[in-house]
Design a protein around this ligand. Structure first.
Ligand SMILES: Nc1ncnc2c1ncn2[C@@H]1O[C@H](COP(=O)(O)OP(=O)(O)OP(=O)(O)O)[C@@H](O)[C@H]1O
Length: 417
């Protein structure tokens, strides 16, 4: 889909003075929506956006992938409207939240305000204001220590939880928007899918991150000190996000051009070219360093931005001609992000993976045993080898039974799909 943006200020100038490319710029995206006037025939409703993007989020998580959906754009351009919605027109987060309610999945809701993390679902005034530490797990990556997790059992509870978090979020009046979000909000659902398939356990554990970013706005010296500090922290994290996105996009492009160089080389001389180094790419150019740690936002979203996640970026723009520069910058930001190639993988539970591998090994050994018996019908010849293989099969079957038993009796085991 193509978005066209026209600079109406250039319309009055003599034709020769303006390059036609400057007047009309085009950007390609996977989806484009126009939701200014519901009376227009091509108006995109919240339901339409959910059917395209929300369904992608749910199907990705149900396949075992981490999924992240984040809204970026100028202040007042519709990020919160898209992610949360209004009581009459609910947005992506409550729609996704309601659909996964039956699965008793734990959820958390945090905000990053002035580079500090706050729990939006923690009772008690003091606890609400306390800032939480971001730590790093060697395998799972960055996480927030002591963030409260909540399980709901029906849609009403799910909506109540979400509303509580939204109400706790910090908003303030700015020039463009009288209830502007002054923090980045991250709503997370830990998505576990556990089933028994042909008597063999199958379990994936993934994460859905739904992110409503604070609005970008130019600093105004007339604002009070709090507003200026907030604004500079919002800008700092959004600038870092921009740098991270550009660096990731550049690295992804370098990797793909390097891969095509490699494939041309291997086709040309018949030699096998090994995978390229992680820091050096085609033409000897170095991969960029990704400054995730420069802001709490990029640090927490490290995997979502450039790692094990299927990530969707929604860029919201204003239809007003006054916002031309902001709109152009948002579209450029989004165009950069579109070049990033992530490496999502199915997050299978380690114990379940082991059980599967043992089962495959048993099947392989059994077929070896069978073919050995067919080739050596005399019992005296095959006895010793036969005995060894049978022992291994028996040991593996025992491990599988023990593993399955442990898996089925874990205290937090739910059987849902
Ligand atoms: N597509 C839309 N249809 C109807 N109302 C909309 C739409 N987009 C935004 N709005 C309304 O415009 C106002 C500003 O939108 P919203 O709060 O979503 O902006 P924002 O980008 O989140 O701003 P900030 O970054 O300052 O928090 C809200 O009252 C919202 O309900």
């Amino acid at each position: 889909k193509v978005v066209r943006i026209q600079n109406v200020k250039l319309d009055g100038r003599a034709d020769g003075a303006v390059d036609s490319r400057e007047k009309l710029l085009e950007f390609c995206f996977d989806y484009c929506y126009w939701s200014v006037d519901p009376a227009e025939p091509h108006y995109a409703s919240q339901e339409e956006v959910f059917q395209d993007l929300g369904v992608l989020v749910l199907s990705g998580a149900s396949e075992g992938y981490n999924v992240c959906l984040f809204a970026y754009g100028q202040t007042g351009s519709g990020k919160t409207y898209t992610m949360m919605g209004t009581p009459d027109s609910i947005g992506l987060t409550p729609r996704i939240c309601q659909l996964v309610v039956l699965s008793h999945l734990p959820r958390s809701f945090l905000e990053i305000y002035n580079e500090r993390v706050r729990d939006l679902l923690r009772g008690g005034e003091q606890k609400k204001r306390a800032s939480l530490r971001v730590r790093e797990h060697p395998e799972k990556g960055p996480y927030v220590q002591d963030l409260s997790q909540h399980v709901v059992s029906d849609c009403k509870q799910a909506m109540h939880l979400l509303e509580e978090g939204i109400a706790n979020r910090i908003t303030a009046a700015t020039h463009n928007h009288d209830a502007s979000s002054r923090s980045h909000a991250i709503f997370t659902i830990q998505y576990t899918k556990a089933i028994l398939e042909n008597n063999c356990p199958s379990e994936t554990v993934s994460k859905i991150n739904l992110v409503d970013l604070a609005g970008s706005e130019r600093a105004d010296p007339h604002y009070c000190r709090d507003r200026l500090t907030e604004g500079s922290n919002i800008n700092k994290s959004l600038v870092t996000l921009g740098i991270v996105i550009s660096a990731l996009a550049q690295n992804s492009q370098m990797s793909s051009s390097c891969q095509s160089i490699n494939s041309v080389a291997s086709e040309g001389d018949g030699s096998t070219v090994g995978s390229h180094s992680s820091s050096l790419s085609g033409g000897g150019r170095r991969h960029c360093f990704i400054p995730y740690r420069d802001s709490v936002l990029t640090w927490l979203l490290k995997d979502s931005l450039g790692g094990n996640s299927k990530t969707i970026m929604i860029a919201t723009v204003s239809p007003s001609a006054y916002s031309y520069n902001e709109t152009l910058s948002t579209l450029r930001y989004a165009a950069h992000a579109r070049n990033i190639v992530n490496k999502p993988r199915v997050n299978e539970d380690a114990n379940v993976r082991l059980i599967k591998e043992l089962r495959e090994e048993i099947d392989r050994l059994k077929s070896m045993l069978l073919s050995f018996e067919m080739r050596n019908p005399s019992p005296s010849l095959s006895d010793e080898r036969d005995g060894n293989l049978s022992d291994i099969v028996l040991q593996n079957e025992l491990k599988v039974t023990q593993g399955r038993h442990r898996w089925l009796h874990l205290p937090d085991r739910f059987s849902y799909c």
